[in-house]
Design a binder for this molecule. Structure first.
Ligand code: PA5
Length: 464
């Protein structure tokens, strides 16, 4: 396993009074063990089906790879239609593992179809997509676990209408559905129209679904070795088998986050120092926010817990947000992701000998600059007592990405158990979904529509 977590800069011995003491860790160790046991007891049950993904999804790898091969042979573009957990994972993994200007590469250099994810219903973006792709040469992968999400179903209808106008009866050949086998409308439509389908296992919720066909098919289409991703996840699972803090990295960071949230660190910054990992932060933000941000705990008490995830990127955000992290309120935990070995190296050439203030950079590499800037930022934050820890990857590859995603899922599950909340529901999201249905007059949502109608309308006094 080539992922380590260095949490020295969370500790009192380094940070001073803002830090966590060895005694705090000792005191929380039994509580953490219980959280671990609770998560383990739920393995594979109810909405914890995702814990089995590294094992049972290996069985669909061959099917996914066969479909991916066919798509690679027949299509120039691959477009994911989905939102939330049905989009953020595919974006994160694609960005992590493919060329950073992949779509702009020539067909020969890419070797696999261009890749797009449409995860919004912005009409301009949808039309803009049609300006750059030839729909007939495009495979659309419509992904929705519930098969009911308004945004994704709208996209599906637009795409089908357009494909039918161009391809008639053959329209369905350009669509693959990834959805629940047992519920929702997409599965019914797919069966009716003969659309090829991959299934999301019942116990795998949207934000925990990247290691199912949701993420594996898009990844395989662009040539990512999905078997290695699952291997990484499996080995991370093994590494986290122990309920002891000193042995289980995901349990350790869950406990550190739990303790720091209790101390008022209500903001969690995720700051990878690699462009390839930029969208891991977006994926993580959904996982952490939607799983832990809850009004009530499992006993029905009003708790209003959660930690607000903030997405940042090193070094870019050193020139924007880091000022706040250093001098603003002591309300954050900063998680750095460090990559020890980049996949390429760029030398900063000579040519500034007469300008010592620039010349000091010459002969070094951008790799060194990235690494030293991370070191320096961490040093400055730590000196000011700002909690931070670093997830260290030896390199960005399929195995490590699978392990990283699984580690973050486990950390979230443990934290959910520590806060005694249901990490797998999202009643706060459902509220908005239901109001949208009501606003469109959907049958069954009459009461919500009535509530909305009787709500106080905006007062002009507060509009300027
Ligand atoms: O994590 C979740 O369950 C949600 O964020 C979903 O991923 C999101 O709402 C999209 O749902 P669906 O895949 O059912 O369209």
């Amino acid at each position: 396993m080539s992922i380590k977590v260095n949490f020295n800069n969370m500790m009192k011995s380094v940070l001073g009074k803002e830090g966590i003491s060895d005694e705090d860790l000792l005191q929380i160790s039994d509580f953490a063990k219980q959280a671990h046991e609770k998560v383990e007891r739920g393995r594979g049950l109810a909405m914890q089906g995702w814990m089995d993904s590294p094992y049972n999804q290996q069985a669909v790898v061959a099917q996914i790879n066969a479909a991916a091969k066919e798509i690679q042979n027949r299509f120039e573009n691959f477009v994911v239609l989905g939102i939330g957990g049905s989009a953020l994972g595919p974006i994160a993994v694609f960005t992590a593992l493919k060329h950073l200007y992949y779509n702009e590469l020539s067909k020969e250099k890419r070797g696999t179809p261009r890749f797009y994810v449409v995860d919004n219903v912005d009409p301009e973006r949808m039309n803009a997509l049609f300006d750059i792709i030839d729909a007939e040469k495009t495979m659309f992968n419509v992904i929705t676990k519930s098969g009911a999400t308004s945004e994704t179903m709208s996209q599906y209808l637009i795409i089908m209408d357009m494909l039918q106008s161009k391809l008639g009866d053959k329209a369905t050949e350009n669509v693959i559905a990834t959805t629940s086998e047992s519920k929702g409308n997409l599965i019914k439509l797919s069966k009716r129209d003969g659309i090829k389908t991959f299934y999301i296992p019942d116990g795998v919720g949207g934000r925990f679904s990247e290691l199912s066909p949701v993420g594996l098919l898009p990844a395989a289409v662009v040539g990512i070795d999905i078997s290695k991703m699952l291997d990484g996840a499996r080995d991370m699972d093994k590494k986290c088998k122990s309920g002891s803090l000193s042995e289980n990295p995901a349990l350790t960071t869950a406990a550190l986050q739990y303790l720091s949230i209790k101390q008022g660190k209500n903001i969690g910054v995720m700051m990878p120092y690699a462009d390839s990992l930029k969208y891991i932060s977006d994926w993580y933000a959904q996982l952490w926010a939607e799983s832990l941000g809850k009004e009530t705990d499992l006993d029905g008490n009003y708790v209003n817990v959660g930690q607000t995830p903030v997405k940042a990127l090193g070094v870019t955000d050193q020139h924007s947000q880091v000022q706040l992290y250093n001098e603003g309120p002591y309300d954050k935990v900063i998680t750095f992701i460090e990559v020890e070995n980049f996949r390429s190296s760029t030398v900063i050439p000579n040519g500034c000998e007469d300008f010592p203030d620039v010349n000091f950079l010459c002969g070094h590499t951008l790799n060194e600059l990235m690494s030293k800037e991370l070191y320096a930022t961490r040093y400055a934050l730590t000196k000011r007592g700002r909690m931070n820890y670093t997830i260290v990857l030896d390199e960005v590859n399929e195995y490590n990405i699978g392990a990283l995603l699984y580690y973050m899922q486990l950390q979230t599950a443990y934290a959910g158990a520590m806060f005694n909340v249901d990490a797998y529901n999202q009643p706060g999201v459902e509220g908005g979904k239901n109001a949208t249905y009501a606003l469109f007059g959907r049958k069954g949502y009459e009461q919500v529509a009535e509530e909305i109608r009787s709500a106080k309308s905006d007062d002009d006094k507060y509009i300027v």
